[in-house]
Write a protein that binds this ligand. Structure first.
Ligand code: FES
Length: 169
């Protein structure tokens, strides 16, 4: 073959250059779109972080209601969701943090709001009752104990995590 056959014509050079630059620009535009589309899949650990809720010194043997917010990530949508916990110290000084969500149909339970049951959690929707430790009272609508929040204490502050069915927490 002669050297002449290996030469790149002006037209070929232009084709290669434009294809290369075009490909580079297309990749630059497509990469962010692909990244955006699969972003939730790339995120590791969907576990909820522990959130500071109250000071340990505020806790008594009587359940008290504490409100707090958690960061919720639902695919691309991030929001702050309000949460409530009933927190107290049991007879041994252990912290108990219960979810207020009734295990019957999801109404909110309150501590000692039924005069006939002054030492129990009461759900007004269908007269559900729970003992102080969250155990459902037999022959009332709820069929499971209140969920229990994971908790830890750091430097006198009580942090709560996810609420889980009793026994899993
Ligand atoms: S929702 Fe609580 S008793 Fe029905």
């Amino acid at each position: 073959m002669s050297e002449k056959n290996h030469r790149v014509s002006r037209r070929q050079f232009l084709n290669y250059t434009l294809t290369g630059v075009g490909g580079f620009m297309a990749a630059g535009m497509l990469m962010p779109m692909v990244r955006f589309a699969i972003d939730p899949v790339l995120k590791t650990g969907t576990g909820q972080d522990m959130v500071a809720v109250c000071e340990e010194s505020e806790l008594t043997n009587e359940p008290q209601s504490f409100n707090f917010k958690i960061e919720q990530v639902d695919a691309w949508y991030e929001s702050e969701e309000p949460r409530t916990a009933w927190i107290y110290k049991d007879g041994s000084g252990n912290i108990v943090a219960l979810s207020p969500v009734c295990k019957h149909l999801g109404c909110t339970v309150n501590w000692a709001s039924d005069p006939a049951n002054p030492n129990r959690f009461f759900c007004p929707c269908h007269y559900g009752l729970y003992e102080k430790d969250g155990k459902n009272v037999p022959n009332t609508p709820p069929l499971a104990p209140l969920d229990v929040y994971e908790h830890e204490v750091k430097d006198g502050t009580v942090y709560l995590g996810r609420a889980k069915p009793k026994g899993e927490a």
